[in-house]
Write a protein that binds this ligand. Structure first.
Ligand SMILES: NC(=O)C1=CN([C@@H]2O[C@H](COP(=O)(O)OP(=O)(O)OC[C@H]3O[C@@H](n4cnc5c(N)ncnc54)[C@H](O)[C@@H]3O)[C@@H](O)[C@H]2O)[C@@H](O)CC1
Ligand SMILES: Nc1ncnc2c1ncn2[C@@H]1O[C@H](COP(=O)(O)OP(=O)(O)O)[C@@H](O)[C@H]1O
Ligand SMILES: [K+]
Length: 507
């Protein structure tokens, strides 16, 4: 599991540790780890550190200090290091002295700095770290636009990225590798920040940290959460997932949701709706009934809404009336936004909402208006979907709090937020998943995990993880587009990936 902490948590842990250690120890630990990564990258690129061209972009704080000390270490190994000072009067004095003593040169003119930047083998971005606010300042912006021949290594956080949220308010410097200290930061794991961070490496500096703000599961965590049948299992004990999806207009959504549900680990899939005939023809293993959830047999969790069309209103009402976990997706979410959070108020079993940002906008507007059905039309303008996508962590949390439900917010970096405050972010996604119907597969898959007894937080985060892995495996030829049905078919490979990695010695 990769754990990420807020800036105030990092600062408190640093303060506690610094009080017990000689001054400068933490910065030395950080700089040694940073220099080691840079040396590895240079050796991979050029065969050796000696003679390579390194540029340090140094801002006014300790982030610049880390970068200057690491630059000094590389200069001692024979690299030709220039430090570009973006705030010369406030550059980290001891770091600068170390660089000069190691033979590094200091650049003050922007033209020279930009020329050095563009032809460097490696650039260290020490402009700003966890002390950063907003995008890059004007003097640093040309570096974000300049061409580059070498690799850019961000120190702790790519400058211009909000460490706590991953939001990018203005220009930011895109990195190939980020070396972070003490712990991951949420902004390194959540887009758009994550896409600026490149490959993220953690350097331990000995911090003692509280519970994480945000976590990203890894193979071993997911393997431990998969519902694997035991010797005594039977199909009912493994769980029955009910799928109320599809309509005359969107029959395909029923097939895709059922395809996902069949590979989520429940013992049986019960389909209700107008596509019963198509479902059973394609998936003879599914149990099917026409009508709605109320008339279906017993299930342990419902999935309502994919392609639900005009039937979504009834399906949602009937599923929510059942005392089992309910996953609401697509047309079910539109209906829920119309009703507002009050529609969930009487529920005792948990609810999982799986919106994309367009649906999230409707849900938030519904929450603010007390449901657009009863709001009389006088409510606020719905927030724009792209604004919500730019602030994914806050959006998922706001929704979870407003609806008192677990929320899986889809898109580039899927974020799962529990109403209790826990947040998981998905590391396996790929933009090839942006294909019609892949969300229906995800809904069925997550519902199946709910029926198998996983909590909404576990079901949602495990489903997003497997779904992302499956998409990477799904292309018939590597690098080619994938279809939603191919993603569903590749879920078996994703299970196998996760379980076999966890079974390896040392995993
Ligand atoms: N405190 C510690 O013990 C340690 C800190 N470390 C490093 O120290 C960093 C934090 O250092 P600081 O607290 O000095 O903060 P930073 O170096 O991140 O930034 C602070 C300075 O940047 C300026 N600034 C803020 N936003 C800016 C922007 N958008 N563009 C340009 N300048 C901006 C501020 O005016 C302030 O002077 C960490 O990210 C990490 O790299 C590491 O050395 C590990 C130990
Ligand atoms: N840019 C992206 N990067 C990664 N995953 C994405 C991206 N865009 C969409 N996805 C994923 O693709 C799926 C699309 O679901 P959804 O929007 O409900 O589509 P549909 O309704 O067509 O099934 C979700 O799992 C979402 O997280
Ligand atoms: K930085």
């Amino acid at each position: 599991m990769r754990s990420a902490h807020r800036v105030d948590q990092v600062r408190a842990a640093e303060a506690a540790l610094m009080a017990r250690l000689p001054g400068g120890t933490l910065m030395q630990r950080a700089a040694v780890g940073l220099a080691a990564t840079c040396a590895r990258l240079l050796t991979r690129r050029r065969g050796r550190v000696y003679g390579s061209r390194v540029v340090v972009l140094a801002g006014s704080g300790d982030n610049g200090g880390d970068a200057l000390y690491a630059g000094a270490a590389l200069a001692r190994r024979g690299a030709r290091v220039s430090a570009v000072l973006l705030a010369p009067a406030r550059a980290h004095a001891a770091g600068l002295a170390a660089l000069r003593a190691a033979g590094g040169r200091v650049v003050l003119e922007q033209e020279v700095g930009l020329a050095d930047f563009s032809r460097a083998d490696l650039v260290l971005d020490g402009i700003v770290g966890i002390g950063g606010k907003g995008g890059l300042r004007p003097e640093a912006q040309p570096y974000a636009r300049a061409g580059r021949a070498g690799v850019v290594v961000a120190v702790d956080v790519p400058s211009g990225v909000d460490a706590d949220t991953g939001e990018v308010a203005g220009a930011a410097l895109r990195a190939d590798v980020t070396v972070c200290f003490g712990t991951y930061k949420p902004g390194l794991l959540i887009d758009p920040g994550a896409s600026y961070a490149g490959a993220v490496q953690l350097v331990g500096i000995g911090l003692e940290l509280p519970a994480a703000e945000v976590v990203a599961l890894q193979h071993a965590d997911v393997a431990g959460l998969l519902p694997v049948p035991g010797a005594e299992s039977d199909k009912y004990r493994r769980g029955v997932v009910g799928v109320a999806a599809g309509s005359a207009r969107y029959p395909g959504a029923a097939l895709l949701a059922v395809a996902g549900a069949l590979r989520g680990g429940a013992g049986a899939v019960r389909y209700v709706g107008t596509a019963a005939e198509e479902v059973v023809r394609r998936f003879p293993e599914a149990l099917v009934t026409e009508g709605g959830p109320a008339g279906a047999g017993r299930v342990q969790a419902w999935v309502v809404g994919p392609g639900g069309g005009e039937g979504a209103e009834r399906a949602l009402a009937e599923a929510l009336a059942a005392d089992v976990p309910v996953l609401v997706d697509a047309d079910g979410l539109t209906e829920l936004a119309r009703l507002g959070p009050g529609a969930l108020a009487g529920r005792t079993a948990p609810t999982l909402l799986t919106p994309h940002t367009g649906e999230a906008a409707r849900l938030l507007a519904g929450a603010e208006n007390g449901g657009s059905a009863g709001g009389g039309g006088g409510g606020a303008r719905p927030p724009a979907a792209d604004e919500l996508a730019a602030a994914r962590l806050g959006t998922a949390r706001r929704l979870a709090a407003a609806y008192r439900a677990t929320v899986l917010l889809k898109g580039s970096t899927t974020v799962v937020a529990d109403p209790g405050g826990a947040v998981r972010v998905n590391p396996t996604g790929t933009s090839w998943l942006a294909t019609a119907g892949s969300g229906d597969v995800l809904a069925g898959l997550a519902g199946s995990l709910l029926a198998a007894g996983r909590s909404p937080l576990d079901a949602a985060s495990v489903a997003a993880y497997l779904h992302g892995l499956a998409a990477r495996h799904a292309a018939a030829t590597p690098g080619a587009p994938v279809t939603a049905l191919e993603v569903a078919a590749a879920l078996s490979t994703a299970w196998n990936d996760v379980r076999s990695a966890a079974a390896e010695p040392g995993a």
